[in-house]
Ligand binder design. Structure first.
Ligand code: NAG
Ligand code: NAG
Ligand code: NAG
Length: 193
């Protein structure tokens, strides 16, 4: 269709444009009708989020057919953070940044691994709708520390220890000698916490 349209004489163009617009319009109307038929009820939708420790997490809750019902956001311990836009928990790391009929968004600054878990977004209607947004916190590994326990004696044994203070997910450590990996020395550090 497209290549032939390009070769049309100029006076044919308006006709083509009009037809396309009409088709698009009727399609939009059709999908609007479908949407209102399929999702007449209200609904909430939450997204999972992963953030670095110390960073800022954005927790979003999408609303469908919002009618002014109360929206409650709770932390993983089911403590209410926001009661329809009003902060309930005295933790000012939480801020409500957006409350529109389609989207409710809160931010959490200086995220810690203790903040991990499912955040509940609830819509109080006749039948209570809720969704859970899972917050995951990652901790990048710090520079590993190498410990040498004793002075090595020729012909004896030396013990070298490599420590990665904390990371999440666990860091993978490997020994290198003169820029080349020593085979069989890859270990996975212990889980944080
Ligand atoms: C969000 O995370 C939870 C728990 O890890 C998982 O069960 C769920 O499938 C995730 N949802 C999405 C949309 O990825
Ligand atoms: C909840 O907050 C929204 C957004 O500010 C508002 O439109 C709605 O009327 C409130 N609902 C109630 C029951 O107060
Ligand atoms: C961030 O939180 C940690 C504890 O998790 C705290 O020690 C630090 O002071 C906080 N930083 C800021 C800038 O609030």
């Amino acid at each position: 269709m497209r290549p032939s349209r390009r070769s049309h004489p100029p006076h044919h163009r308006p006709t083509t444009t009009t037809t396309t617009t009409t088709t698009t319009l009727s399609l939009s109307l059709c999908s609007l009708l479908l949407l209102s038929l399929v999702s007449r009820g209200q609904a909430v939708q939450a997204e999972n989020v992963t953030v670095q420790e110390g960073g800022t997490a954005q927790i979003s809750c999408r609303l469908q057919n919002y009618d002014g019902s109360i929206v409650v956001i709770q932390n993983p311990r089911r403590q209410t953070l926001f009661f329809n836009g009003t902060r309930a928990l005295k933790d000012d790391r939480f801020q409500m940044v957006l409350f529109t009929p389609r989207l409710v968004r809160i931010t959490l600054t200086n995220v810690s691994v203790l903040d991990e878990g499912g955040y509940f977004c609830q819509l109080y209607t006749d039948d209570t709708h809720h969704q859970v947004a899972t917050l995951s916190v990652v901790v990048p590994p710090e520079t590993p520390i190498i410990e040498v326990n004793q002075e090595a004696v020729e012909g004896g044994e030396a013990k070298l220890t490599c420590l990665s203070p904390r990371s999440k997910p666990p860091a993978s450590l490997r020994w290198m000698r003169n820029g080349r990996e020593i085979p069989g020395t890859i270990v996975v550090a212990k889980e944080l916490g």
